[in-house]
Every structure is written in C-alpha cells, then in structure tokens.
Design a protein around this ligand. Structure first.
Ligand SMILES: Nc1nc2c(c(=O)[nH]1)N[C@@H](CN(C=O)c1ccc(C(=O)N[C@@H](CCC(=O)O)C(=O)O)cc1)CN2
Length: 296
C-alpha cells in the first residue's frame, strides 16, 4: 500500500477543538452560547445514530443542543410549525432536519422553510444560489469537510483537475462548486457518463459520491491522485455487515497519492463541519467576526 491515508477522524477532532475554542471565546467575551436544533422524523436506525452523535458532540464543544424527535407519521404541517418556532427562537442559531424524511413529507418544502441564516446544512435554495454565485453562504457539511481535508493536504488546489463522481444536491453539486471556487478544473460525472473510467483517470482529485459500494477500482485512479471517498455503504460480510466506500480501497490505495478510508475519512468531518457552521451562523447573527479556518 503506497497512498498516504488521510485520517478524517483525527482531522475532525482538530476542527471540533477549534470550534470549542471559538465557543468559549463567544461565551466569555459576548455572553453568547451558540445553539443547534436537530429535528428527526421517524425511527430510521442510521439517522438515530447520527442524531445522537450530533447532540453529544454539540454539548462536548460547549454549545446548546435542542433535539426534536417526531413520530414517523407526523403531518407535514406539524413539522413546518416546529420549524417556524425554531426560526423565531433567538437561542437557536442553527437548524438541521435529518434526512431522509418519510415519503409523505416534501423534503424541499421543509428545507426551504428553514431561515437561510440558520440553515447549517446549507441546503436551502438561497444558500445553494449564493454558493453557486460565489457569495457568502452556509456551505453543506460533507463537501466542506472534503474541501478542508484537500486544502490541508495540498495547500493550493489551483489548476488541479478535479472529478466529482455523483451529482446529488447534498454532496456532488456543492462539492463541484467549492472546487471551482478554489480554481480547480472541475468535471461532474455520474453513473451514466460515457467512459467513466477514462474520466476518472484524468483526475488529480477524485471525489467519489455515487452511493455504490466499491464501484471505483484502483485502475480508474491516476497514479499519485488524491481520492476522497464520500460513500458510506453497509454491505454483507460473512454473517455480519461492514461499511465500505464508493472506492475499492485496497486497489486504489496501491495507486493513489492520498486516500480517505471508510469508515474514518469523510464521515466524521460531516458532523465537525455542522458544528463549525453553527458557530459561523451564531457569529453572523450577532454581527461578530467569523472564525477563521472554519468556513469555505
Ligand atoms: N440533514 C442531513 N441529513 C443527512 C446528512 C447531512 O449532512 N445532513 N448526511 C448523512 C448522514 N450523516 C449526517 O447526518 C452522517 C453520515 C456519516 C457519519 C459518520 O461519521 N460516519 C462514520 C461511520 C459511522 C458508522 O459506523 O455508521 C464514518 O464514515 O467513519 C456522520 C454523519 C445523511 N443525512
């Protein structure tokens, strides 16, 4: 194995430590405690784990955590009424509705009901538009985490060929916007792209976000490239299960210059960046300078 393994778990711990320092400063100097509200509708097991972890880590960095768990059958109007209350609450600087939502709820409608200034997921249409036009916005957590790791590894990304495999609103599209903002030459590819292997082989930075277990083998990777694996896929492993990414790690690590593992790569950065976004939102709400190194 030749590639440098980018340790997302350790990197996320560093980001959370910076967030904790910023929270302590806001409390000491401005009597301000950033607050994050997380809303979970239903009992999806993975979502329950993520929401529990978000609450625990929010408290760990010194912020106030508000958790709202609603029944799977909650009417959309009740969820919208809760969001309206959270929008109006001055103690809450960040609001996150855990996805996926049950099928009777219109996710876009719900996300767009969140005050864009409190939209710490960066999914509101206003934030999408601001990011797309290079203006100050709330930036989606997973792509922000990927960008932070890439910047830390490379310094400048300017002029690099970046290929993002996956075109989701949550990861693929904002990831491409962020890489473009750092002056990469960006290609967005997907499962129907013609000659996907050749497109991937042209990438200095390859971001895999397709949601297909181990779809990208090592011979699609340019020697020395940096591979960021966003996939989190649970697959059968004997009589148990295990997590794998969208990249076939063993073969890709023989070729890449650097690679993120699954688990322990991009995943932990998602929650660290959620906490970073909440501090940023609290600073903006109070007209205070934004923390350095925690935004795009
Ligand atoms: N409103 C949102 N919903 C969802 C988001 C999101 O950013 N906003 N992202 C994902 C889930 N997610 C956070 O919500 C998330 C996924 C994975 C991890 C993580 O740390 N993964 C670990 C492995 C954990 C495990 O063992 O299962 C890793 O990769 O090392 C954190 C957060 C969908 N929904």
């Amino acid at each position: 194995m030749t590639a440098h393994i980018i340790d997302g778990k350790a990197f996320a711990a560093q980001v959370r430590a910076r967030v904790a320092d910023q929270v302590a400063m806001l409390k000491d100097q401005h009597d301000l405690t950033p607050g994050l509200a997380v809303v979970l509708v239903g009992e999806d097991p993975a979502s329950q784990v993520y929401v529990r972890s978000k609450g625990k880590l929010t408290v760990e960095v010194g912020m106030a955590s508000f958790e709202h768990r609603l029944d799977a059958g909650t009417p959309q109007s009740d969820l919208l009424a809760l969001i309206a209350r959270l929008n109006a609450d001055p103690e809450i600087h960040g609001i996150l509705v855990q996805l996926p939502l049950p099928s009777h709820i219109d996710s876009d409608l719900v996300i767009n009901a969140i005050d864009p200034a409190k939209d710490v997921d960066g999914f509101h249409i206003s934030n999408v538009g601001l990011l797309g036009t290079g203006q100050k916005s709330m930036v989606p957590c997973t792509p922000l985490g990927c960008l932070m790791m890439l910047r830390a590894h490379h310094g400048s990304l300017s002029g690099m060929n970046a290929v993002v495999v996956g075109r989701s609103n949550i990861v693929g599209k904002p990831m491409a916007q962020l890489l473009l903002g750092d002056s990469c030459t960006v290609t967005i590819a997907h499962s129907r792209s013609k000659d996907l292997p050749a497109i991937c082989r042209g990438a200095d930075i390859l971001v895999a976000a397709v949601g297909r277990p181990e779809m990208i083998p090592g011979d699609w990777v340019k020697p020395g490239a940096t591979v960021i694996d966003v996939g989190i896929n649970r697959v059968a492993h004997g009589d148990k299960t295990k997590l794998v990414g969208d990249v076939h790690f063993e073969s890709a690590a023989q070729v890449a210059g650097a690679i993120t593992p699954v688990p322990g790569g991009v995943g932990p950065m998602t929650i660290a960046c959620l906490l970073a976004n909440t501090v940023t939102a609290a600073c903006r709400a109070h007209g205070l300078p934004e923390p350095e190194g925690l935004t795009a």
